[in-house]
Design a protein around this ligand. Structure first.
Ligand code: FUL
Length: 560
């Protein structure tokens, strides 16, 4: 019995051993078949930037003194008593319902516009909602924060650097002869602290913000230096033009030694390093040189922050000519990721609602067709769309804005609800070896899987066989941007009536980035081919989609 038992044990052990050896061999073989993944190329997005790309759409809220004075830019000389809001009618829950319901991922609230009036209870100035007439006092930022927290909607804050009310603002103001650069900067840092400090946690979604917006506009004749960070101040000093009226910093600035907590960007990053900042000085988000909400072609989600800063310093607030071009197109070789944030207003014109309390007289809004074009030329050109909403004097979004937002959100959702390509076969001209890089990955709806070419091969095509004719008018292509933005020219074709035909406007098929949405005339086609014609490195494509516009306003005009 004894020897028999031990031989059984022996056999079991050797079977176990050979299974293990086989497994190791299998893993080794499969590993040798699967090539190494492509290395990131150039700048890559931070976690906060990638999250923003994936949200695709965010909303501005412009509401404040200007709403009541019927202005776009206040003078700063307004009185808090002009802010005649009835707190009982203020409905921030409605703002959030409209914005979240339409698919926007965050709301960026104008806490302070250029007139300096603060939409929150602040200890730093009397020019705020807290000093309105007793019946009108309400902390609007706090109300909105509560609504966002209840709905779990991300929040950002717009805090205008230009402040036409603050007595601290303007170094060479002839009236005050102000010469202390610290005073306004300390004021601005103090405002950031009041709003963003997680220890106070009074504002934001659950006490947190994801974005800070620092607008580049500044009034003529002011010389206020901004303490973005210590390097900026040094650059500003080095690049100053002796004869310029803009940003002409005095010699004493060369010796200013700023600590991170003295600076605007430093303060923000101390609170939350993942927060993204919109500014004119090469931070995570950039203004793409237009307020039309439509991005240029090509557009790279990268810049050289040093160059961006230099252009801002030498151009002042009028970022004209070469600066505008740089911001519009970005920089394929830029060492830093830079999300082009395409801002525009849902209003037909302006950022603020008019001052009528007759709701039927509120401002007209953009058409669904205009919003559709804006969406396809912002999100569909690799950026994010920042669409402005403007509550009226009752503290509500007009019916015009609310219903257009719903119509737009529903149209986007319905259009992109089903990728008709999912379940189809995908074949590539060539692929990197290994299942991990197979063409099928572009149709699996998994953001983190992709198709790529062999190492060193920067062109290639991928064909989707739809298994029969389908009717569609949109093809989407996405680059896997966690590995960088690479493609500079591509083409989309469809197989229809027995032949390959170009789809959409070919000369616009240049950069892809986070997402390219190509619109063409609606076709019945059985195959879609995406060809990467030029790329800075091996293309890395994670998603391809085939869609039909759900509303006629999203279709391209027949003559385009
Ligand atoms: C601009 C401002 O001057 C406008 O009033 C608005 O706030 C817009 C979003 O940014 O530069």
């Amino acid at each position: 019995m004894e020897p028999k038992e031990s031989s059984v044990k022996q056999t079991n052990r050797s079977v176990g051993l050979s299974v293990a050896v086989a497994l190791v061999l299998l893993i080794a073989i499969s590993k040798s078949r699967s090539a190494a993944p492509p290395r990131p190329w150039g700048a890559v997005p931070s976690q906060g930037q990638l999250a923003y790309h994936r949200e695709e759409m965010s909303a501005f809220i412009h509401f404040g003194m200007n709403t009541f004075t019927n202005k776009e830019w206040g003078s700063g000389k307004e009185s808090p008593s002009d802010f005649k809001l009835n707190p009982a009618s203020l409905d921030t829950d409605q703002w959030v319902r409209v914005i979240k319901g339409a698919g926007f991922g965050r709301v960026i609230f104008v806490a302070k516009h250029h007139d300096g009036f603060c939409n929150w209870f602040t200890a730093l100035t009397k020019h705020s909602v807290q000093s309105a007439a007793p019946a009108n006092q309400v902390d609007v930022l706090e109300c909105l924060s509560k609504s966002c927290t209840a709905a779990n909607l991300n929040m950002g804050v717009y805090l205008s650097p230009w402040d036409a009310n603050s007595p601290h603002y303007g170094l060479n103001d002839p009236a005050t002869k102000e010469i202390d650069p610290w005073r306004y900067n300390n004021y601005y840092v103090g405002q950031l602290r009041e709003i963003l400090d997680p220890a106070i946690a009074k504002y934001g979604n659950g006490g947190k913000f994801v974005e800070v917006w620092m607008d580049g506009a500044r009034g003529k004749g002011y010389y206020q230096p901004y303490f973005f960070d210590a390097d900026f101040l040094k650059d500003a000093f080095d690049l100053r033009k002796p004869d310029s009226s803009n940003l002409n910093y005095p010699d004493t600035f060369a010796s200013l030694n700023l600590k991170p907590e003295d600076t605007w960007l430093g303060t923000i990053k101390i609170f939350n390093p993942d927060m993204v900042v919109f500014s004119p000085v090469g931070t995570e988000l950039r203004w793409p040189a237009t307020e039309s909400g439509r991005l240029s072609v090509p557009v790279w989600a990268k810049t050289d922050p040093k160059r961006q800063r230099g252009l801002y310093i030498t151009n002042g607030e009028s970022e004209s000519g070469s600066a505008e071009k740089y911001l519009a197109h970005g920089d394929p070789d830029g060492p830093a990721w830079s999300v082009p944030e395409a801002d525009t207003s849902i209003l037909a014109s302006g950022w603020f609602e008019n001052s009528s309390n007759d709701k039927t007289k509120n401002k007209p809004v953009k058409t669904l067709k205009q919003l559709g074009d804006i969406y396809f030329e912002s999100v569909g050109r690799g950026g994010v769309l920042l669409l402005n909403f403007a509550p009226n004097v009752n503290g509500e979004l007009s019916e015009f804005q609310a219903s257009r937002a719903k119509e737009f959100g529903d149209a986007v959702r319905a259009t992109f609800a089903t990728n008709m390509g999912v379940g189809s076969k995908a074949q590539a001209s060539s692929s990197r070896s290994g299942k991990k890089f197979a063409p099928a990955n572009v149709l699996d709806a998994d953001y983190d899987t992709y198709w790529t070419t062999k190492s060193g091969k920067s062109t290639g095509s991928i064909t989707i066989d739809l298994g029969g004719e389908l009717y569609f008018d949109i093809v989407s292509v996405q680059e896997y941007i966690p590995l960088g933005q690479r493609v500079s020219k591509f083409s989309v074709e469809v197989f229809s009536n027995g032949a390959w035909q170009p789809f959409g406007q070919q000369d616009m098929q240049q950069t892809i980035g986070y997402k390219a949405l190509v619109r063409g005339k609606a076709v019945n086609a059985s195959k879609v081919r995406v060809t990467i014609l030029e790329s800075k490195a091996e293309p890395v494509i994670n998603e391809i989609g085939v869609f039909k516009a759900a509303v006629k306003e999203f279709e391209i005009a027949p003559n385009t």
